[in-house]
Design a binder for this molecule. Structure first.
Ligand SMILES: Cc1cc2nc3c(=O)[nH]c(=O)nc-3n(C[C@H](O)[C@H](O)[C@H](O)COP(=O)(O)OP(=O)(O)OC[C@H]3O[C@@H](n4cnc5c(N)ncnc54)[C@H](O)[C@@H]3O)c2cc1C
Ligand code: SF4
Length: 513
């Protein structure tokens, strides 16, 4: 005889009281199950900020469940009865609680879904995996969109979403007569810098979060990153406050400075809402609605609001569709046959390259870097160096507080490393150091020169850009969007090409710090 009707499984990125898993929940018959497991911090070398973010938010969510009167079986990381892994802990609790069925909202990680399915099967228990209605688009709907298309492009998917959900629309047309305001959204801060940017919204750790910080500092002492300035929103109330201040203070200039960088300031006009969204403390519908309202009431310009909505309604949904329709094979892709190791200094920030040092230091300090730092600094360097995509993936999944595999993997392997051969983006994002020089003042304080492609003071980005074009010339010439860039290689003399190769080899051997 079963003792419990339903055990509702809630994972660390499913912290939503209104999730589908709770539909029909009866506190007299059912209970919630949550477990903190070290495995989630060790299967990639998870940074301290990332682990603390998940554990602090989970412990606060446990309080919200109690306040809502939902019985909860919660295993803490330090519990003496802990079984070690997610699967083993669930097995132990099934044996103890004897539920007659398991229910959950679809998880964000293919590996975790396989683990839970196998525990359910081993116990001959039905596992009801419900559609995650947090998202605008279900996987089934995405698969229908993708079916029969030779190539997938985010832009077409995004336009469909705008029409379907009536967002930023005037009848059947986009407001302002344009779908895309990218051309208005590419400014740098110029020599005067960003001036006074409204500070990011921070939250002083409360007793629960302080306890988590202590636990993480002890238990994961050798893991990368620091917790001295941990100030992320870890409750729904805090997440809503972050949303409100973003809309009020930073959204109006979000678009214009979306691609800009400034030393020692990753926050700028970005929203810093990705972790709150991915842990489900915030709903994308409420985020997008708040942004649209800011446009409609004249608080923020259309180019900014459209640029922001595109990230959430477009990219965020699109990458999730790619992940779930292409896994598990997607993880194995390596279209450019990249085999290099990720430099060890990605885990410490110890490099002389000013732009990389800045992005890596902030990443380790806060568990955050903005999109352009991830794509056009850390990602760009790994791509052009030829780092194995799985190593790049393991790093990105480990270091950011917003990292969950469904969103991290397509961004890393697809958008940034071009390892999917063009599924996510139509061409590899490659650039010389001059791109970084245009978008930031980093090069002024760097020992390298972005205009040099070979020699001792050559910027490694510039060297690796030319080396990349030469190494992949035959593949890239087949891509019409790369034709112009590849053609430039033919202008180099044989001696110039050799000088680039020599310098690139020195970089790969670690002789260029
Ligand atoms: C190599 C690489 C790895 C990444 N890994 C992650 C990750 O693990 N988790 C994650 O949430 N995002 C990831 N991104 C996407 C993006 O960089 C982050 O969402 C963004 O930097 C988070 O900061 P923000 O909240 O201030 O975003 P903002 O710049 O304020 O953007 C608003 C929101 O749009 C969404 N968004 C923006 N760009 C993307 C995108 N490309 N894909 C999906 N959603 C997007 C996020 O929810 C974000 O909060 C990655 C990008 C790259 C290039
Ligand atoms: S010179 Fe090159 S390495 Fe140095 S900051 Fe500029 S782009 Fe980065």
């Amino acid at each position: 005889m079963a003792d419990l009707r339903t055990l509702v499984l809630v994972l660390g990125d499913q912290l939503d009281l209104d999730a589908a898993a709770f539909d029909g929940f009866d506190a007299d018959l059912d209970a919630v199950w949550m477990a903190e497991v070290a495995e989630e911090s060790t299967h990639v070398w998870s940074s301290k900020p990332r682990t603390a973010m998940f554990l602090a938010a989970m412990r606060h969510f446990a309080l919200a469940l109690s306040a809502a009167g939902r019985p909860l079986h919660y295993t803490r990381l330090e519990a003496t009865t802990h079984s070690g892994s997610l699967g083993a802990q669930l097995q132990a609790d099934i044996t103890r609680l004897r539920p007659s069925q398991l229910v959950m909202t679809a998880p964000g990680d293919w590996r975790v879904l396989q683990t839970l399915k196998s525990v359910a099967a081993a116990n001959q228990l039905p596992l009801d995996v419900r559609v995650d209605r947090h998202f605008f688009t279900s996987i089934r709907e995405f698969a229908a969109h993708a079916k029969g298309r030779k190539s997938l492009r985010m832009e077409y998917f995004y336009r469909e979403q705008r029409k379907k959900h009536g967002l930023l629309m005037e009848a059947d047309a986009p407001v302002g007569g344009q779908w895309n305001f990218d051309a208005d959204n590419r400014e740098s801060f110029g020599t005067n810098g960003p001036g006074t940017v409204p500070p990011r919204t921070t939250f002083e750790p409360d007793a629960i979060t302080r306890e988590v910080i202590e636990l993480v500092n002890t238990r994961f002492a050798t893991h990368p990153g620091q917790l001295d300035s941990f100030a992320w929103p870890v409750t729904r109330e805090q997440a809503l406050q972050s949303l409100q201040t973003f809309i009020q203070e930073r959204l109006p200039l979000f678009g214009r400075y979306q691609d800009a960088m400034w030393p020692e300031d990753p926050w700028l006009y970005h929203s810093h809402l990705s972790a709150a969204l991915n842990l489900k403390l915030l709903h994308p519908r409420e985020v997008v609605a708040a942004a649209e309202a800011a446009y409609r009431n004249g608080h923020a310009p259309l180019a900014s609001v459209e640029g922001f909505v595109r990230q959430i309604l477009g990219w965020r949904e699109y990458v999730r569709g790619i992940y779930w329709t292409k896994m598990p094979g997607y993880l194995e892709r390596n279209a450019l046959e990249a085999q290099e190791d990720l430099p060890a200094w990605y885990w410490t920030g110890a490099t002389d390259m000013a732009c990389l040092r800045d992005a890596l230091t902030q990443t380790l300090k806060h568990g955050y870097a903005n999109h352009i730092q991830r794509l056009m600094v850390t990602g760009l360097y790994a791509l052009m160096l030829g780092v194995h995509p799985k190593q790049a993936h393991a790093w990105y999944l480990a270091v950011y507080v917003d990292a969950v595999e469904w969103v991290e993997l397509p961004n890393t392997l697809g958008m940034s490393q071009y390892a999917d051969g063009g599924l996510m983006g139509s061409k590899p994002y490659i650039a010389t150091g001059k791109y970084i020089q245009r978008m930031s003042p980093h090069c002024k304080g760097c020992r390298y020169d972005p205009a040099q492609r070979s020699g001792d003071s050559a910027c490694p980005f510039t060297t690796l850009y030319w080396d990349f074009l030469m190494r992949h010339e035959s593949t890239l010439t087949q891509n019409p969007r790369m034709a112009l860039q590849v053609k430039n290689v033919t202008r180099l003399t044989e001696a110039e090409k050799q000088a680039v190769r020599t310098r690139a080899a020195a970089i790969r051997q670690g002789h260029v710090p």
